[in-house]
Ligand binder design. Structure first.
Ligand code: C2E
Ligand code: CA
Ligand code: CA
Ligand code: CA
Length: 276
């Protein structure tokens, strides 16, 4: 029994150092990922429910290290945030989105709304508004099609300073969305005072629609009252879609419409809708 205890401890610390080693390995690889051009973007379409139109997307980051399988954000975004690398990667993401939007424009594919995820770590930078604006201005893209997705965590620290940043983003022409809405801490009063233009209903609430519609209904009513664009995330079934349409949710995003797609497949998807 004494033996058994020691084995458990050894196994536990073994697993711990394994996880640590893996993290160190990924961190070292991530330090070279930008210059090695290992990042890529996937584009997940959003559909306007009233018209069926698809002219919007959210850009989602992927990492494809040489000779390894593609890695999803949950595995590496936390490391980018901890090390501060998210700042330069975030700039790359915005530049890449602008480049892609411009490419599509020249091909006659007009994107109306392009969403980009922005980490709190990025948003906390004193000059974030100037930095984002200079990337978009350089690309020639109209900032009014760029939507910056932030989480409710921005309501928790430096509220006054964040209010100013949101105001400045608005003045620059960007729109701002609150991502995963309903999962974090948010005060309705803060929400009202903040310059935001969109709410994304977290997919956990969409997933629970078959058992409980009260939360989604409340969020829809509130968003309408505040005049916000509203997007339902993680829509996977026709039942969810028809509920949302019937309750005047403006946009949906989710596997039912499409998974996130590489640029060429996103383009083919849009063109196939036009032809239909
Ligand atoms: P998110 O911003 O909430 O993005 C939505 C996530 O839900 C994406 O996961 C997407 O692939 C997934 N999803 C979309 N539709 C469905 C559906 O119908 N069902 C289910 N089960 N899932 C669906 P992904 O791409 O793995 O991204 C995970 C998270 O990583 C994102 O969550 C976001 O917080 C973060 N992230 C992704 N790209 C970036 C980026 O460029 N910058 C930053 N800072 N964070 C990013
Ligand atoms: Ca998002
Ligand atoms: Ca989300
Ligand atoms: Ca999320």
């Amino acid at each position: 029994s004494k033996n058994k205890g020691r084995n458990t401890v050894e196994r536990y610390s073994g697993r711990l150092s394994e996880a640590l080693n893996e993290k160190l390995r990924l961190t070292a690889m991530l330090r070279r990922a930008l210059e090695q051009k290992e990042y890529l973007l996937y584009y997940q379409p959003q559909q306007e429910l009233a018209t069926g139109k698809v002219e919007c997307f959210e850009a989602l980051l992927r990492w494809q290290p040489q000779s390894e399988a593609m890695i999803f954000p949950d595995k590496f975004i936390p490391i980018l945030e901890e090390t501060g690398m998210i700042v330069s990667v975030g700039e790359w993401v915005l530049r890449e989105v602008c480049f892609q939007v411009t490419c599509w424009q020249t091909k006659g594919i007009a994107i109306q709304h392009a969403s980009v995820n922005v980490s709190l770590r990025q948003f906390q930078r004193p000059d974030i508004v100037k930095e984002l604006l200079s990337i978009v201005t350089e690309s020639g893209v109209d900032p009014s099609i760029i939507c910056l997705e932030l989480t409710e965590s921005i309501m928790m620290d430096n509220f006054r300073e964040n209010l100013h940043k949101l105001q400045a983003l608005r003045t620059a022409g960007f729109s701002v969305s609150i991502d995963d809405f309903g999962t974090g801490y948010s005060s309705l009063n803060y929400l009202r005072r903040m310059q935001i233009q969109e709410l994304k209903i977290d997919r956990s609430f969409i997933n629970a629609l078959s058992e409980d519609t009260t939360l989604v209904n409340a969020i829809l009513g509130m968003a309408r009252g505040l005049g916000l664009r509203i997007v339902a995330e993680g829509v996977e079934t026709e039942e969810q879609k028809s509920f949302l349409r019937a309750h005047n949710c403006e946009f949906m995003q989710g596997y039912l419409l499409s998974r996130p797609l590489p640029a060429e497949q996103f383009e083919a998807f849009i063109l196939s809708l036009g032809a239909a």
